[in-house]
Structures are given as structure tokens and as C-alpha cells.
Design a protein. Sequence first.
Length: 457
Amino acid sequence: MVYEGLMVSVSGVRGRVGEALTPEVVATFAAGFGAWARGRHASHAIVVGRDSRVSGPMFHRVVLAALQSVGCDVIDIGMAPTPTVQLAVEHHHAAGGLAITASHNPVEWNALKFIAPTGLFLDGAESASMRASVEAGFARATWDQLGAVRTDTEACNRHLDQILALPFLDVPGIRGRQFSVALDCCHGAGATIVPRLLERLGCRVTAIGLETDGRFPRSPEPVAENLRDLEALVARTGADVGLAVDPDVDRLALVDEGGRAIGEDWTLALATRVVLRHRKGPVVTNLSTSRILDDVAERGGSRVIRAPVGEVNVAVRMRAERSPIGGEGNGGVILPELHLGRDAPVGVALVLQLLREDARPLSAIVGEYPRYAIVKDKLDRPAGSLEAVYDALKGAFPGATVDTQDGLRLSWPDRWVHVRPSGTEPIVRVIAEGPSAADARDLVRRSRAPLDALARA
Ligand code: MG
């Protein structure tokens, strides 16, 4: 089967609503996933949740029916963060989960994300097996074998309770500080959980974007340039910190008390700083995450292990390495003692714990560390083999440390460059970080040269 314009990746299928992503496509993948998942597990139950997108209710109804049609019992948690769906899969010992969300993508997108019984996203092998089973076709249930649908309205409450029960989280201490917090949920699913979390942590909250209608008033990715309204809100209210989450609440970005968005790389770095005071073990992140994490880990008596890009790759490596904290530089914090998924609410709790322990403004904590600049570039993927490009780059940078897990990453003590073909688009990404933007731009320019030469060949 070929679906024009549909982006199929390891963890899900994504498309523009009414173009590549139709009810028919969503039904095929939801039913195929359900048939595949229940065939591998004792349970016939699949947990379903969605973010706030305008197309969410329509695809939600499609997914419920599709799962019933292959004999899966549906546990419907309604609108919820993606990490809440992951936790509910574990809680119910379900055969899997489906999150209906296009994460930080604009409103015209939606997607299905496939969750394994462990609560992790499908890995490469599981995803290939599932897609092969969808291609091969699957049996539908007869009238007497159709699945049932039941509603679970407690998933967000359980998620909150689990965060507040984390042993090193000093809930009375945080409550005692009565932090002033500015919050921007961008009309996403964050409003179902983050305000209540802040309330239970005794914060005084001023919020924007709590309407869960999916009509995003700005680009919903929580990168610094999209957080101007939150910066202004922090400045106006004199908040201790500003918090921005993406529509499915697995990414968190911060604004400091001076009203400056500090960049999403800092979320995991600050969470790591606080967790390493209480837990030992290596920090795991992906190959494109800022090396500020290396500085924070080193000062915390730990080290960083890098995995290929993709949440599940980081999660699987964390499990293997018994890592206490990890995630992605895009604001995705993973705390395995809660679960192995990026979780913005747990990131919020960790940031407040840090402010409680350090008793200094956020900008002063950030100011202790070196500054780096990241420059991201992309180009059309050349027709030839990228191996020749990698060889040329290794030759051009003989002193670098080489990592070939995912494209090519070259690193030095204060800078790195990562050349990597996208998994979903016909492009190559070139990302570099250095002490200054000029250093990073220079690394990108020198690393693009063999790619541009290949494109001209
Ligand atoms: Mg997301």
C-alpha cells in the first residue's frame, strides 16, 4: 500500500488532515495495530487518548470503531497528554496504546502514535512487524466478537498522584515557597493536567492558552521564538518561572524570571542537575542534543551516553544502562522511576524542585554554565551514497571523536556536528554546536561542502 503524502515512521503515521490523513487511513492503521497488538499479548485491551486538535474528536471516533472491529476492547481516556496515555497502558496491562496527536506540528496535521505494552513507543523491529501485518491484511471480528469501549476518567489523576509521590520530590518544601508561575498551554492538552499539578504544588499561577480547542494561536512548538507572549506574561506578573508545553505535553520549555526564553535545551539540563543530586547513573540523550548536558552531568558526577535520534531509542538505552534521567534536548524529560517516556509534567515538578533546592533565580543557575550556540541546517538528500560524505568528513576533521550510530557525529571538547538523513523526509539535517554561533555556522558550512559536492555530481 502506498499512501501519498503520509509520513510513516517508527513510532507512528502522520499527515495533513483531509489530504494524506483521512478517516480511511487512520482506520486501517488503528485496526491493523489493534489486531497485531492483541495477537502478541494476553490482553485484548488498547488504551486510546488524544490531544486537543480540531480533528481529534473525528479521528477519535474512527479509532474506537476500528479497534472494536478487530475485537479489541478500548480503554478510552479521552483528551490527555501523550505521557498519560503511556502510563495508562502500563496501569491497565493493556496490549498497547494509541495516542492521536501530531505533537508540536501545526493544526492541519494529525497522527497516530503506537505504544507497546511496556508503555514505550514501538521500536524499529516492533514497528516493522506491525506494518508488515497491516500490509498482509488482518481479520475483522464478527458481530459477536466486536470489542467493547469503556471510559477511564482517572488517567490524569493517577499521573498526577504518581508524580507527587516521587520520593525525592519535596512537595511540602515546594508548596512552602509559593512559587509564582506563568504558564502557556497553547490551547493543547496541557490544560488537562499542568494547572492542577501547579495547584497541588502550591504555586500561584497565571496562565494563557488553557482553552483545549486546538486552535493554536501561535506555532505550537515550544521553541524560544514562539514564546513571546509567555515572556511578556512573566515580565508582567513578576513570575519566578514561565512554563510552555507542546500540544501533547511531552515537551517543556522555560522562561526565566527576567522574561527570557532560555531555550528548550535547558529543560533536560536543569532536570538532570536536580536528579543527579538524588540518583546515580549515566545520563542518556540523543546525538543532536546540546553539550550543555555534558557539562551538567560532569558537575553532577555523571556522564552522558548518546543514542540515535528518536524517543524510543533514548528510552531503550536508558533501560539498558539503568539511567536515572535522560531525554531529548527539545524539552523532552524522561524520568524512568516514573516511566520511560518524555513527560512535561514531571519536567515541571523537577524544575520546581530545583528552584526549591537552589533558592536562587533561574537565570543565576543557568548563568553558572558555559554558553553554546546551535545552528541547524537541512538540504535535499543527494542521490548518491552518504557513506562517501561521511568518509570525506572524517578525513577533513582528523582530530574528531567519531560516532556512526545515526548518520555521522563528529565531536570535540567544546563543539560537535551531526550529519543525519531524516527518517521521514528526503532531506539531510546538518546540526552543529559550538561556543559561538560563528563557530557553529563554520562547522555547518564545512560539513555541508561534501554534501553539496555530491548533489552537484
Ligand atoms: Mg509532543
